[in-house]
Design a protein around this ligand. Structure first.
Ligand code: PHE
Length: 448
């Protein structure tokens, strides 16, 4: 006898879970440092344009494929066309690759939280020393993976939904508090200016311009969890009684709002102590901690900050694990326990390699990249855009926009005003943009 498939217990729970997947390290760790290294406000503008042009339509398409399929990412794609399971397969493989570095960063965040709460704000040099050590980061990443595995083992409504419904609102409240605090720091306005006022002096060539465009599009995919089967999987637990368009608007709005809030928190703080915003991936680990060390009640602020980043990371990593788990349970009939255990072990092994690539394995280069960089390259630059591209073709051309729109509106029960724009984007504009940017980014990765 087949067990009844789990479902979200409420629309609110679904939106919190999907927005929890979207809101993650992408918003708080990546977005501010990408703004910092890609011209501030110009990056923000490009980002918002892509959110509307690509993010909203593709996210909604993934939800539609999932709700129509009622199964994991691979089988939901196969339901549309038998040969197209691979489009969802990108997501299953990609989720493992993202987790292979996401859990390493998750472990760093936990370490920073633990140090801050015991009153030891890590110094700027601590990041290099810690990330390049062997055993301590491996312990943390393993704990991070165990937390994920336990939540996902509880299932969709009792595990993922419960955790996301608590953590995402908490995260937003903490972030709002920190935002207000950050804006009252001396010189905070410099950071606000950098973030919100376009400065064209940073663009010296067509190459600079394209770099900003490519990075912004990649960030939209990453931040909204697109092309990875996550939203197909989450959509598959939805009942057919709501408008996918309105849910998508809520998810996209929450994600964008959190990205903007974290830019407005982190950048003014960095400027307030006269530091530069272009530290790259270490921005929150070295630059921001220097700010915390400098202010009153720094360790409380620092603990709060890393706790909220941890919340953001967990609600995203459980969504990645669920893509794999739903595939394994439904395809191979595994119990939920085994279906969580097997990928968790594989992810732990890969994460250990990623972690060591900061230290003992720093010289092991594959295609000129460390293992950690390779995981980022394969997932963010190859699998996400290709997954997104094939999903657009599958949905827009094979399933057809008529079927898509009737899934989105639950057979016409709900209005869907942007339908003409949506049809055009999914059939032509999105696939064309993805391919152009994909090819450009592969060429530029080759040259660098
Ligand atoms: N959207 C998440 C973030 O911003 C990352 C993620 C990517 C999650 C793809 C699921 C799928 O951090």
């Amino acid at each position: 006898m087949e067990e009844k498939r789990d479902q979200w217990s409420s629309k609110f729970g679904f939106i919190m879970s999907a927005a929890g997947s979207a809101v993650g390290l992408g918003n708080i760790w990546k977005f501010p440092y990408l703004c910092g290294t890609n011209g501030g406000a110009l990056f923000l503008i490009a980002y918002i344009v892509f959110i509307i042009l690509l993010g909203y339509p593709i996210l909604m398409t993934e939800l539609a494929i999932g709700r129509n399929g009622g199964m994991n990412a691979v089988d939901s794609c196969r339901k549309i066309s038998g040969k197209w399971g691979f489009a969802g397969g990108f997501g299953v493989a990609g989720s493992v690759l993202v987790l292979a570095y996401y859990c390493v960063v998750g472990g760093w965040i936990m370490q920073y939280f633990l140090l801050s709460i015991t009153g030891n704000i890590p110094s700027s040099d601590y990041f290099t020393a810690y990330s390049s050590s062997t055993v301590p980061p491996i312990i943390m990443l393993t704990i991070f993976i165990i937390i994920n595995a336990v939540i996902v083992m509880f299932g969709v409504s009792k595990g993922i939904e419960k955790v996301s419904t608590i953590l995402l609102p908490l995260l937003i409240v903490f972030l709002a508090g920190l935002l207000v605090y950050s804006l009252t720091l001396p010189n905070a306005s410099e950071g606000v200016k950098f973030f919100l006022m376009p400065d064209f002096s940073g663009i010296n060539s067509v190459g600079d311009f394209f770099r900003i465009i490519i990075t912004a599009m990649g960030q939209v995919f990453f931040s909204l969890s697109l092309g990875m089967g996550t939203l197909i999987t989450y959509g598959s637990y939805l009942e057919k009684n709501s408008s996918l368009s309105s849910s998508t608007v809520s998810i996209v709005t929450i994600d964008t709002m959190v990205a903007i809030m974290s830019g407005l928190t982190i950048l003014p703080a960095v400027f307030s102590v006269g530091l530069a915003p272009n530290a790259g991936p270490g921005l929150i680990f070295s630059t921001l901690t220097a700010v915390f060390a400098d202010i009153k009640a720094g360790s409380i602020i620092s603990s709060l900050f890393f706790l909220l980043v941890f919340f953001a990371a967990i609600t995203s990593s459980i969504s990645l694990l669920e893509v794999v788990v739903s595939f394994l349970t439904e395809r191979f009939g595994l119990s939920r326990f085994t279906a969580v255990l097997i990928p968790s072990l594989i992810i732990t092994a890969l994460s250990i390699l990623s972690s060591l690539s900061y230290g003992a394995l720093a010289d092991m280069k594959i295609m000129g990249m460390t293992f950690f960089e390779l995981m980022i390259f394969l997932s963010d630059q190859v699998i996400m855009p290709l997954g997104g591209f094939f999903l657009c073709i599958l949905a827009g051309h094979i399933w057809g926009t008529k079927n898509l729109c009737s899934e989105i509106t639950a057979d016409g029960k709900f209005p869907f005003r942007p339908a003409p724009f949506y049809r055009f984007v999914i059939k032509y504009a999105a696939p064309a943009m993805i391919i152009i940017i994909f090819v450009t980014s592969i060429i530029s990765a080759d040259n660098s």
